[in-house]
Design a binder for this molecule. Structure first.
Ligand code: GRF
Length: 217
C-alpha cells in the first residue's frame, strides 16, 4: 500500500523536500498528498508547487484563536485523506483540537536530542550549555509540547567554533536522513504509538527511539 503523507511546514521546507525526494526514489512507499503552510509566503509552498505537489495555505492570522485554526486545519486535511501527518518546521503550537483526531498518525522532527531543549533556539541553548553533541529527534506528537515518544534520534558532534548556524546545518543533514526512515517505518506499520509509548515491530522503544540501522532494514 502506498501511503499518503500530508506535510505541514512554515518555512524553507528542506525537510519537506527531503521527504518528497525519498518518495520519488522509493525510500518511502508513498507520496506527499498535500503540503500545507500557515504562512502563505513560506518558501516551502513554492518549492512544493515546483515539484507539482498539491499545496494549501491556511493563514493562522485569519482565525480568532488556536482552537479555531486547528479545527480549520483538520477540516482542510480531511479531503486529502492522509495516512500520516508530518510536521516539518511547522511553527505553530497545536492544541488537542487537532492533535486528538490525528494521534498516532502525527509526527514531528525537533532539532535537539529530546528531552533536552524542547521549544525554540535549541542550537544556541546546546552551545550555551557547553554540550559536546547535539542532534534531532523524530517523535509522535502528543498533547504536551515536544514531549511525545521518540521514534528515532540522530546525534552529531558539537565542534570547536560552532555557532547556531553551523550546528543547525550539521543537524539538518541528519534530519534529512532520519525523517524519511521514520516516516517509512510509520507508514509501513512497523512503528506505532501504543498509549504514550512508541513501539517498533511490537516492542516498546527506548526513550531515545529506534536505531536508524533498525529502521533502514
Ligand atoms: C528544522 O530544523 C526542524 O527540525 C525544525 O524546523 C526546521 C525546519 O527546516 N522543526 P525546513 O523548513 O525543513 O528547512
Amino acid at each position: 500500500m502506498s501511503g499518503r503523507i500530508a506535510v505541514l511546514a512554515s518555512g524553507v521546507g528542506s525537510n519537506a523536500e527531503a521527504l518528497a525526494e525519498a518518495c520519488e526514489d522509493g525510500r518511502i512507499d508513498g507520496s506527499l498528498c498535500v503540503v500545507v503552510s500557515n504562512r502563505p509566503a513560506a518558501p516551502v509552498l513554492a518549492r512544493a508547487a515546483a515539484r507539482g505537489l498539491p499545496t494549501l495555505a491556511l493563514d493562522h492570522r485569519a482565525y480568532p484563536d488556536r482552537a479555531a485554526f486547528d479545527a480549520a486545519l483538520n477540516e482542510a486535511l480531511l479531503p486529502f485523506a492522509p495516512d500520516l501527518v508530518v510536521l516539518a518546521g511547522f511553527m505553530r503550537i497545536l492544541t488537542p483540537t487537532f492533535i486528538t483526531p490525528w494521534r498516532g498518525r502525527l509526527v514531528n522532527i525537533h532539532p535537539s536530542l529530546l528531552p533536552l531543549y524542547p521549544g525554540l533556539d535549541t542550537h544556541a541553548r546546546a552551545l550555551a550549555a557547553g554540550d559536546r553533541e547535539a542532534g534531532a529527534t523524530v517523535h509522535f506528537v502528543i498533547e504536551a509540547l515536544d514531549a511525545g515518544p521518540a521514534i528515532l534520534q540522530a546525534r552529531v558532534p558539537i565542534r570547536e567554533g560552532d555557532d547556531p548556524g553551523t550546528l543547525a546545518a550539521r543537524v539538518q543533514l541528519e534530519e534529512h536522513r532520519i525523517y524519511p526512515l521514520a516516516v517509512q517505518a510509520c507508514l509501513g506499520g512497523r512503528v506505532r504509538l501504543a498509549g504514550d509509548r512508541a513501539e517498533l515491530d511490537g516492542a516498546l522503544l527506548p526513550p531515545s527511539g529506534a536505531e536508524a540501522a533498525a529502521l533502514a532494514r
